[in-house]
Ligand binder design. Structure first.
Ligand code: DGY
Length: 326
């Protein structure tokens, strides 16, 4: 009796045209189906794509919940995120079904820290507002008092969360002559870059507060009106993590009434934000970017390649290189 050839494991990819060579490598070994449209799949479309798959390659903005996992079926073994953040994943539902979930630490910290540093400079030196004024034809005669910002050198940077991106930002900030302190709720350690301080001390003494904590039940709305009220009126708030950590309404109120000097956001609560009249976009003391922290060709390719390596490892029966932290 001859063995019938086994069908190749099916792998679904939630976007078309992903950078890097990861998807091509997967296609050389598995039966890969990638979403073909430019618009991302709706949850029900993603569920349809995932049916009968052994592996899913998805982005951080895709929702991975019990419905999706059940729609995929019991043969599903791994969900690989091309993203560091995994707040869109129902981790308990995946664990209950024996599905490994992986993400992409280690490949995007430096690139994202560049954007955090850029937001600090843009917000504090009012570079965004200056560019807007220029585009409106408002660059008048040179005036000593026009477009004045606050210095970055000599300022204290307070990092909320102290993972890879925060440490990469600490290195950059040192080069700009900033003092660095951080708060992490469990790891109360100083290192050569930064000293640990309490959350309250960080809010009260930092000139720039930069958010680097993942979005969890504990951190949702962590920076609200009460926390902003404890910050210096000359402070800048920067968020390159997840929008839900900062209360946007409280932030806008504080900027409008001069309670806070400035802010820079790469992430917002409901993304994408497509209304050109969004109040966030009109606030002159706020610099807003469309979630571009990891957006360089090399970094986005590295994220997809790492996600693909995670899939190969699990389907080969090996340990995933970068599973979610236990
Ligand atoms: C990440 O990797 O978490 C970035 O925010 C892109 O999703």
């Amino acid at each position: 009796m001859t063995d019938l050839p086994q069908p190749l494991p099916r792998v679904a990819v939630s976007r078309t045209g992903l950078p890097g060579t990861g998807v091509a490598h997967l296609a050389s070994r598995y039966d890969v189906t990638a979403w073909r449209e430019e618009t991302p799949p709706s949850p029900s479309q993603l569920a349809g794509l995932a049916r009968d798959c052994a592996a899913l390659l998805v982005l951080g903005s895709d929702r991975v919940d019990a419905e999706l996992l059940d729609a995929a079926g019991p043969q599903l073994r791994v969900v690989a995120l091309a993203s560091m953040g995994y707040d869109g994943v129902d981790v308990a539902a995946a664990a209950a079904r024996g599905v490994v979930v992986t993400h992409t630490p280690g490949v995007l910290a430096e690139t994202t820290a560049d954007v955090a540093m850029a937001l600090i400079l843009m917000a504090r030196r009012r570079l965004g507002a200056s560019m807007d004024a220029l585009r409106r034809g408002e660059w008048g005669a040179f005036r000593m008092e026009a477009f004045l910002g606050l210095d970055v050198q000599g300022a204290t940077l307070g990092l909320i969360g102290y993972g890879q991106i925060a440490r990469a930002l600490a290195r950059r900030a040192a080069g700009f002559g900033m003092r660095v302190q951080h708060h992490h709720p469990r790891r109360r350690e100083d290192d050569e870059l930064s000293r640990w301080v309490s959350f309250d001390h960080l809010l009260r003494t930092s000139d720039v507060v930069s958010v680097h904590t993942p979005l969890t039940a504990e951190t949702a709305g962590l920076i609200g009106a009460a926390e902003i009220a404890r910050m210096k009126t000359t402070a800048t708030l920067v968020n390159t993590g997840r929008g839900g950590v900062v209360d946007e309404h409280a932030l806008l109120d504080a900027l409008r009434c001069g309670r806070l000097h400035s802010a820079g956001l790469d992430v917002m609560v409901d993304e994408p934000r497509t209304d050109p009249d969004d109040p966030l976009f009109a606030e002159p003391h706020l610099v807003v970017l469309p979630h571009v922290g990891s957006a360089t060709e090399a970094t986005r390719a590295a994220m997809v390649d790492l996600a693909a390596r995670n899939i190969r490892a699990v389907l080969d029966g090996s340990a995933a290189p970068t599973p979610l932290p236990g």
